[in-house]
Ligand binder design. Structure first.
Ligand SMILES: [Zn+2]
Length: 275
């Protein structure tokens, strides 16, 4: 039987990735063309898990586990890539064994624990940051009892990019978009991009819906804001015909074994669990 995924997956921390190209004047929705299924991995913290019983501790992948997982990708002949590097493959313009690597929320432990491993293997990745919490902590998690953890500050975000990685956008305040007004949602989506671009001095091309919570209106807003893709928490690998603004991902948690990781990458394990 397949290992059981922790209940964390059913939690609010759903990050759906949808790759969407900027719209042209006819508002054509960009979709992937013919290609093999492409997995996009979703990580949160790369840190030793808090004590048993702590809420959502499954979202902490131990640094040693992360290192083993990246080594497995390398052994299997995969290259881990950022959303920007993944786009040509999603479009069917390039063919190869690639895996999208994404980190949600912008935790400092991504910088301290994941970056050296990614660099060792020549991998790139995208970290989705929350623009109004740069250099602060995951305050949005506190109300559900998740321990405070530092987020990357401006200098660390720039060093993350200098280290060959990418910063994407995850709203200004990590809001549930369906629970704020249309005007606020627009600001959360569009201003996050410009604020992070100002902080990093680099273009921010990709978006991630906090909690995997969005409607078609938010998809349209993200596209209009100029994002080339958006990721969700919908499960599955990216198949031909995928809407780039609603990309599915495969979550990796504390208990994801190397066997399960391989199944997520190379089999229909995640595709079958797509809603
Ligand atoms: Zn998040």
């Amino acid at each position: 039987m397949y290992p059981t995924l922790p209940r964390v997956f059913a939690s609010c921390l759903n990050c759906c990735v949808t790759l969407g190209l900027p719209t042209n004047n006819n508002m054509t929705i960009a979709r992937s063309t013919n290609h093999l299924p492409i997995p996009i991995l979703m990580y949160h913290q790369i840190e030793v898990a808090p004590a048993k019983g702590a809420p959502l501790r499954g979202l902490c992948v131990a640094p040693q586990s992360f290192a083993r997982q990246m080594y497995l990708l390398k052994l299997l002949g995969y290259r881990g890539v950022s959303m920007t590097d993944l786009l040509p493959y999603l479009r069917g313009e390039r063919v190869g064994k690639v895996v999208g690597i994404t980190f949600d929320d912008g935790f400092l432990n991504n910088y301290t624990n994941a970056l050296p491993v990614l660099q060792r293997h020549g991998f790139s990745s995208t970290c989705f940051a929350v623009s109004q919490y740069v250099g602060k902590t995951n305050q949005w998690d506190h109300k559900i009892g998740i321990a405070s953890a530092p987020l990357m500050n401006a200098e660390q975000l720039r060093q993350w990019i200098d280290g060959g990685q990418e910063i994407g956008a995850h709203t200004r305040h990590h809001v549930k978009l369906s629970q704020v007004s249309t005007a606020d949602a627009l600001q959360e989506i569009a201003l996050c991009k410009s604020e992070l671009e100002s902080v990093t001095g680099s273009p921010v091309r990709h978006f991630c819906y906090p909690y995997g919570d969005f409607t078609q209106e938010h998809v349209d807003m993200a596209r209009a804001a100029g994002y080339m893709s958006a990721t969700t928490t919908a499960r599955g690998r990216c198949l031909a015909g995928e809407d780039f603004m609603q990309l599915p991902r495969a979550i990796v948690t504390r208990s994801t074994s190397l066997l399960l990781l391989w199944m997520k990458l190379a089999t229909r394990y995640e595709d079958r669990r797509r809603a």
